[in-house]
Design a binder for this molecule. Structure first.
Ligand SMILES: [Fe+2]
Ligand SMILES: [Fe+2]
Length: 359
């Protein structure tokens, strides 16, 4: 069959050579209703360089896209910005097939890749701020430890002011439009926020520090090329501004009421609480854990000022789907929320138990 997988030009020297996963619906607990992409980029300069690879089952798609612009054997360098398997799963096979002169990663990345895979060659560890000459172009590496793994780093193509930002500024959105300016803005706004809430949220203090650092260094970004979803080119300030806003977690006049119910008593309480909060002037989102997914709750909490959770008693405990969302939220550490709990036990319409406090 004819190869229909083509590389897509991003700039004069940079090509997108990633893969589109139309069917993925779960990313470790985060529901990805619109699928995703695993973005890899080829820099066609004096020293041909591949930035990141793709999830293992998508290796052939990536290799076919590379082959549409260059013989893959001509790749000189591979840079691994992030060793999580959606970006490194095919790395060992790509190294074996391409035999690059060098493979680069952060110090933690080099160690992690060796632990995860049998890679029978040296991985060169690069330091924060280190530059790498590609002949007529230069890459600068920026360590972004814990955004969102200990190994994570950015690569910045100086002459083109292009940031390869690995998971940051991405979204899970499978599409054939490669650029944000070609995509539906409403989908981008929703998917970028959902992605931030479900993946980046716990590292918000680090996001704020990184934005401060990049601003102080006077770096500008003509293009931001993340490892998932569309590439930001015409306007990159919007997504950076959104990250600053989401990371600040400034509470707004919005309450999220989440509940599970057995015989509708807790539901009645949730409805009454919601009506009361709305009467007090808040925007309210009422969510039944029997109907919504945990990722949707976290999306709604971005920018909220209050969270109320309710469950009836089941065997002296709470309902399992409430334990699910509470466990998920414990890990994601949303901040600046006034918290309240309510619930019912014994017969329907029994006296509620409730408590409130700020965390
Ligand atoms: Fe990741
Ligand atoms: Fe990723």
């Amino acid at each position: 069959m004819k190869n229909t997988f083509k590389a897509v030009p991003v700039t004069e020297d940079v090509w997108w050579v990633g893969a589109i996963d139309w069917n993925i619906r779960d990313f470790h607990g985060y529901q990805t209703r619109r699928g995703s992409t695993y973005n890899a980029y080829l820099i066609l300069t004096d020293t041909v360089t591949l930035i990141d690879t793709v999830k293992a089952p998508f290796r052939e798609e990536m290799m076919a896209r590379i082959a549409s612009v260059i013989d893959p054997g001509k790749i000189d360098y591979i840079v691994s910005n992030h060793s999580e398997m959606d970006h490194s799963g095919s790395l060992p096979e790509v190294i074996a097939a391409v035999n690059p002169k060098k493979v680069f990663a952060s110090a933690v990345g080099a160690k992690t890749l060796k632990e995860l895979f049998s890679i029978d060659r040296e991985i060169t560890a690069v330091k924060d701020g280190e530059t790498l000459s590609l002949g007529n172009r230069t890459l600068t590496f920026l360590e972004t430890r814990m955004l969102h793994w200990p190994d994570s780093m950015f690569s910045y193509l100086n002459e083109e002011e292009l940031l390869f930002s690995q998971d940051a500024f991405g979204m899970h959105y499978a599409s054939l439009e490669r650029f944000a300016d070609e995509s539906d803005p409403a989908i981008l706004a929703y998917e970028a926020a959902t992605y931030y809430a479900n993946i980046i949220l716990p590292y918000s203090p680090l996001v704020l520090k990184l934005i401060e650092r990049v601003t102080a260094a006077g770096l500008s970004f003509r293009t931001i090329a993340p490892d998932h979803g569309p590439i930001w080119r015409k306007e990159t300030g919007g997504i950076i501004g959104n990250y600053a806003k989401w990371a600040a977690q400034k509470p707004e006049a919005k309450a999220v009421v989440v509940y599970a119910t057995m015989w509708h008593s807790t539901e009645m309480m949730a409805r009454a609480i919601s009506e009361g909060l709305a009467a007090g002037g808040l925007h309210v989102k009422l969510m039944s854990m029997d109907e919504v997914h945990r990722s949707d709750v976290v999306y709604e909490l971005l920018g909220a000022g209050a969270l109320a959770v309710g469950s009836p008693t089941l065997n002296n405990h709470l309902l399992p789907n409430m334990a699910d969302i509470l466990t998920y939220l414990t890990g994601l550490k949303p901040r600046n929320l006034i918290g309240a709990a309510f619930g019912s036990s014994s017969a329907p319409l029994s006296a509620p138990t409730a408590g409130a406090g700020r965390r």
